[in-house]
Design a binder for this molecule. Structure first.
Ligand code: ZN
Length: 213
């Protein structure tokens, strides 16, 4: 089956076709969708994008949907750069010459650790409820999906950006991906299964759709 998608944030067009598809078939397929692609690219490009951080004192940083002020602290020469969080402030402990790159890497590692913790808790909970074996998961940077369930090796990839969305939405994505082990398609059976453990999944999905990826 041929497929074409327009990816955020820049509107890259991504087309896939089975290896044996002829060049002409591919061109025809894309030509038929030319207008749709143009519109989709415009739509993606005009979408507001999440603000880039400047890593300045007091700047607001999102963690599970809530903004926290950023604090920059200079470390002693023998200390290692790291991040601390006391529930109020996210502090980056930096060397005097730490670059923006270092700040970014530190914050990403912090996000990954926090998300991994939250995802593990929800997955454990649903493993019991769904009476299924543990599913291995990874957290990666993804451009256009919050999560992916891999049928072949029975594993899940979660988008690192989930660390910025409200926690109810993270829980929704966890249950959603875990439900795919029983039902692959997004059909009525799939959503019926979701409803058993999360009757308000629709509201959570809506909230997630309003978040900038
Ligand atoms: Zn799905």
């Amino acid at each position: 089956m041929m497929r074409v998608r327009v990816l955020p944030p820049d509107g890259t067009i991504c087309a896939t076709a089975p290896r044996w598809t002829s060049r002409k078939t591919v061109i025809d397929f894309l030509s038929d969708r030319y207008e749709w692609m143009q519109k989709a690219v415009q739509k993606v490009q005009s979408r507001p994008k999440p603000k880039e951080l400047n890593y300045t004192e007091g700047e607001q940083v999102l963690l599970f949907g809530k903004p926290y002020p950023l604090h920059l602290q200079t470390i002693l020469p023998k200390e290692k750069t790291h991040v601390s969080f006391d529930g109020q402030t996210i502090t980056l402990h930096l060397k005097p010459d730490s670059t923006r790159r270092v700040c970014e890497a530190l914050l990403q590692a912090f996000y990954k650790e926090r998300l991994s913790m939250v995802v593990s808790i929800y997955m454990n909970d649903y493993q019991t409820k769904l009476a299924c074996a543990p599913i291995p998961f990874r957290i990666l940077r993804r451009k256009s999906v919050w999560g992916t369930y891999n049928v072949r090796n029975r594993s899940i990839v979660f988008n690192l950006a989930l660390s910025k969305v409200p926690i109810e939405c993270v829980q929704y994505v966890v249950l959603h991906e875990m439900t795919h082990q029983f039902v692959h398609a997004h059909n009525s059976e799939f959503y019926q299964r979701m409803s058993v453990f999360m009757p308000d999944w629709k509201e959570r999905r809506k909230a997630l759709k309003s978040v900038l990826m």
